[in-house]
Design a protein around this ligand. Sequence first.
Ligand code: ATP
Ligand code: MG
Length: 426
Amino acid sequence: MNNLKNLRGTVDLLPDQLIKWQNVEKILMDQLSRASIKEIRTPILEMTELFIRGIGEGTDVVSKEMYTFVDRGKRSCTLRPEGTASVARALLQNGLSSNPFQKLWYMGPMFRYERPQAGRQRQFHQLGVEFIGYESVRSDVEIIALAWDILGKLGIKELNLEINTLGDVNDRFNFQKSFLKWLEINKNSLDSDSQNRMNKNPLRILDSKNIQTKKALENAPKLFNFLSEKSHKRYSELKKQLEVLKIPFVENFNLVRGLDYYTHTAFEITSGALGSQATVCGGGRYDDLIKQMGGPSTPAIGFAIGLERLILLAGEELEVPRNTDIYIVNQGLIAESLAMDLSRKLRNYDLLVELDLSGASFSKQFKKANRLKSKSIIVIGDNEAANKEFIIRLFDKSTQENKEEVISFENDIKLGKWLNKYLLAQ
Ligand code: ATP
Ligand code: MG
């Protein structure tokens, strides 16, 4: 055994684990396509500048979590820590103005240098959805409902939706002035992390998990009280519409989210079943991001779901592999080549076909077919090969008997009929 290992915080997903991943991904993709949301794929590697400008220098992600390196052309590159900035860049670069309203999703690996623990890795995966160009409260409601329904469709229990509003840039500016004054006076009541954030990203202090800081913040000015009339109205409307849809929510005035680009609606969905890394979905409105990146003023809202946490939460029924439909037992030179040919033909019927390549005894091959719980077995030995035919056998659950048929290799019609009648009807 050599001592090569994967990097800390990364994992290999092995075939048995991937059954659940693939089942979850399929449900996700079905839900997204039913909601008429289109996929976008952007590079995993981007210019570092994109994230500095897009996410914000004072954020945890940019200041201490990015995988950044200089390439051979002396360009500073970063493995993407999230997807929104890349989507915004890709749209700008590919002519956003020709299609200003877009509903998009992406799925793939993200990279953040964090302390690995259950539900927290350095390479992890996200599903993200972005509604670009949409300004109305109804788009906020649609996106929250979509996230809620996706998690519901996967049978995830103990879901809690928390919402907040961050107001617009002006609201935040006014709040920040007064909050900074308060921070100066109360500096000594804060933990050192929060003290460090005072100059870089004071809003993030609201999200502190430190008990002492949390207690002190109870007396701090509240962003909510600095919202303009318009922002207030928008937020009330959001709550009203969520109530109409009967999506339960809790207001959390300290929910600020980790990235700088958010405005108005911010939300998180947690699950009581997850333990300490409880947030499975985080999202919010980012009306200023695209403009900040040099594009036209474009309202937008999105969310990202952490797939590792989703997999931890999704039910065990999604871990069950699809059964083999047909297992082909074969032995002998001609039989083996006929079996190969037949397996190719059968896969065109959308059947899961496993061709035994072991050359082992019939009894061993039968044992393997039974172990795989194959719905049916095809047998081709020397005798069958000489007659250019094969035996197909299936245990019929309704009659509790084996149904068996001998079919000639040339007789596709008979094969089709048999598959339709017995196998595909199962
Ligand atoms: P957290 O507070 O858990 O660090 P975050 O606010 O940094 O989350 P976002 O940037 O909003 O997370 O990402 C959206 C989702 O992606 C999170 O809710 C979580 O499910 C998932 N996620 C984020 N970072 C990681 C990670 N290092 N490992 C696994 N999943 C992650
Ligand atoms: Mg984080």
